[in-house]
Design a protein around this ligand. Structure first.
Ligand SMILES: [Zn+2]
Length: 276
């Protein structure tokens, strides 16, 4: 608990850290209950990169992309030991920091739980990416391009790597995808990222079956993450995609690159072109 932190550790939380993380997230626990009450100190900051503010800005952006239409999709950021999650059933373009759920990553207990709202059904799936991949951000979209790609594979087309795999190669944008989703972002000579796929690598994204309830995807999603160590995402048939990264920047970059590739794949298929 932050209240038991040593003074030096507490100072560290106040300092600005690299990679666009917020200056301060650590809450004042004297200012809210620890059993899921209002605890507004956790979500109050004038720093635009504070996860509570950042999630709202990203939801607004993603709504514009058609990724989170009709309250579908979602987004979570893990910062230090806190997991910030957009709630269920709220119009994503109207999201406010006060709508945010905040969970203690170690205990999985809610430190902040808005009484009028429901926690996102995606929560166990976001946690799977944080736990199994060490991710710091996970994005779930209902992008039509992602759905269409799964339908094309389901119909038995483009199955060079099997019916439950989306595979693509020799497209420049594949270089925007890191191995495992959390690969090194160190820039090598020539501008290539050390942990990313190369132009001649085949990108493979597993496709899992949809379930009637989102939270029931947890076991198959976890299994797919384990069985596909190189993937940065899992496609859900007739539903959408989960994409992660070690931080917001990497998750967002990969989600954009993938959506570009999904759209390209649909258009290629329409033109009778093979993906691999
Ligand atoms: Zn969904």
């Amino acid at each position: 608990m932050p209240s038991s932190d040593s003074p030096s550790k507490k100072r560290k939380a106040d300092e600005e850290v690299e990679n666009g993380h917020p200056k301060k997230v650590a809450p004042d626990h004297h200012n809210g209950s620890s059993n899921g009450g209002s605890n507004d100190a956790l979500i109050t900051s004038d720093d635009p990169l504070h996860p509570a503010n950042h999630i709202c800005e990203l939801c607004h952006k993603f709504y514009g992309h058609g990724w989170v239409t009709g309250t579908g999709g979602g987004l979570s950021i893990k910062h230090e030991n806190y997991v910030f999650i957009a709630p269920s059933g709220v119009q994503k373009e109207l999201m406010k920091p006060t709508d945010m759920f905040v969970m203690d990553y170690t205990t999985k207990e809610y430190l902040r739980r808005p009484q009028a709202l429901k926690p996102s059904a995606c929560t166990p799936l976001f946690l799977a990416a944080f736990t199994k991949r060490g991710a710091g951000c996970c994005i779930h979209t209902h992008s039509q391009w992602a759905v269409l790609v799964t339908l094309i594979c389901e119909a038995g087309h483009q199955n060079a790597h099997g019916p439950n795999v989306f595979a693509m190669k020799e497209i420049e944008q594949i270089k925007g995808i890191s191995r495992g989703g959390t690969g090194s972002t160190e820039i090598l000579e020539g501008g290539r990222k050390a942990g990313n796929l190369g132009y001649f690598d085949t990108m493979k994204i597993p496709i899992i079956e949809n379930t009637a309830h989102e939270e029931d995807l947890k076991d198959t999603l976890e299994k797919a993450i384990e069985e596909w160590p190189e993937t940065c995402a899992v496609l859900v048939k007739r539903h959408g995609v989960y994409v992660w990264g070690k931080d917001v920047k990497q998750a967002k970059t990969q989600c954009e690159s993938l959506d570009y590739l999904f759209q390209l794949a649909v258009e290629m298929h329409r033109l009778g072109l093979k993906w691999v």
